[in-house]
Design a protein around this ligand. Structure first.
Ligand code: UD1
Length: 379
């Protein structure tokens, strides 16, 4: 049988830990001598492009060099999304894949979905169905649009299925496959263990707070970022604060004339690679974050997490996991409450065990009818 031909799209930092397991599962599938092999072409849109936002993840996660690099770079949402569309369309026209596979909720996800859907190429969305119900978040728009036109919706948890059904998506398009990001975590734990992050940063397990903040709603206004800086200074009186700074946040601190330089117990770092971040998440006393991925990774390690957002598209991390939503107003009280609780909280949600990518590959094959013999030769 001719191979099933996929284009797999990645563009920004949180995509890379979601595509790596899929690439590895496809390789294992092909090595097993299958009836239908899979030919996979990796497209990097270049939405993120710095060594620390992109290359380090390719290396640490064993992702092969992209077959196509669109090199779109930064820009406003319209500029970035449009540039990705302009550059992705010729790739689709040239390659004529059976599926375009997208992950997550970044601008690359929605841009490539729109291109494929209009070329009548089926789209599979990994991490479908998540909803914050906050359309002020650019990612929520990306999720809604992607899921509205995708053909196969691969969800990480049952709330995703419920959200899609409530939006009228028929059951036959929805498949609960589990959390593919946890596949990367499980696979890379031994390597993370071996890389001595705590020793290098002179940190003691359970005695520091791991902070990441980059959402526009938190960092793009002087009022909000000013309050966050004040709270971090307060927090650093009690604990060492480890704060790898996203380029957006670093730029805003400069623009607003804010700094944390007079706080020796706030460790401002460059963005961290995957393995270091896993170690900090595993060994922190707690996390303070607005990242989607860290809410899930801390849930896996059962490390308490305070999410500085009014909502989350990952409610399972609050209902079952170790996550709690917080605000700058309630932060001090939430920290005190958290420190009175055990050092490990919650439980790991079902299907967050490291085998989601296998299920994704199986679902893609199952959703792909074998080509008619006479059409197969025409490709
Ligand atoms: C994007 C995603 C967000 C994700 C985040 C993770 C969208 C809408 N947002 O937000 O969902 O949580 O990535 O990081 O897709 N920059 C660099 N180097 C880079 C990339 C960006 O310096 O490699 C700087 C640029 O100045 C850019 C700014 O960071 O303007 C923001 O990058 P951008 O991709 O626009 O959005 P993020 O905030 O990273």
């Amino acid at each position: 049988m001719p191979p099933l031909k996929l284009i797999l799209v990645a563009g920004a930092r949180p995509n890379f830990m979601k595509i790596a397991p899929v690439i590895h599962a496809i390789r294992r599938h092909n090595e097993s001598g299958p009836e239908r092999p899979i030919e996979c072409r990796l497209v990097h849109t270049g939405q993120h492009y710095d060594e620390k936002m992109s290359d380090v993840f390719f290396r640490e996660l064993g992702i092969p060099q992209p077959d196509d690099h669109l090199e779109v770079g930064s820009g406003s949402h319209a500029v970035q999304t449009a540039n990705i569309m302009l550059k992705f369309e010729p790739v689709c026209l040239r390659e004529k894949p059976d599926w375009v596979v997208v992950v997550g909720d970044v601008n690359s996800t929605v841009a490539c979905t729109l291109v494929a859907a209009k070329l009548h190429i089926p789209v599979a969305h990994i991490e479908a169905g998540l909803r914050s119900r906050d359309r002020g978040m650019p990612e929520e728009i990306n999720r809604l649009v992607t899921d509205a036109v995708a053909d196969l919706l691969l969800t990480p948890s049952p709330d995703g299925d419920d959200n899609l059904r409530a939006e009228g998506v028929p059951d036959e398009k929805i498949r609960l496959v589990g959390n593919v990001m946890i596949d990367s975590l499980v696979a890379k734990l031994p390597q993370a263990d071996a890389c001595d992050t705590l020793g290098r940063l002179r940190l003691e397990a359970g005695r520091f707070v791991y902070v990441t903040l980059h959402r526009p709603s938190n960092v793009d206004t002087p009022e909000s970022l000013g309050i966050i800086v004040r709270e971090l200074k307060q927090l650093s009186k009690e604990r060492t604060v480890v704060f790898p700074i996203h380029p957006r946040t670093r730029a805003r601190l400069g623009e607003f004339g804010l700094d944390l330089d007079d706080c020796p117990k706030v460790r401002l770092l460059e963005p961290l690679g995957y393995l270091d971040s896993l170690n900090l998440t595993r060994h922190a006393r707690f996390l303070l974050t607005d990242s989607g991925g860290l809410q899930e990774e801390s849930t896996y390690f059962r490390t308490p997490c305070l999410t500085l957002r009014p909502n989350t598209e990952r409610p399972v991390t609050v209902e079952l996991g170790s996550n709690k939503l917080t605000t700058v107003e309630t932060l001090a009280g939430d920290i005190a409450e958290l420190l009175a609780k055990p050092e490990r909280l919650g439980e790991i949600p079902p299907l967050w065990e490291g085998r989601a990518a296998e299920r994704i590959v199986a679902e893609l094959l199952a959703a792909s009818p074998a080509p008619e013999p006479e059409l197969a030769g025409a490709r």
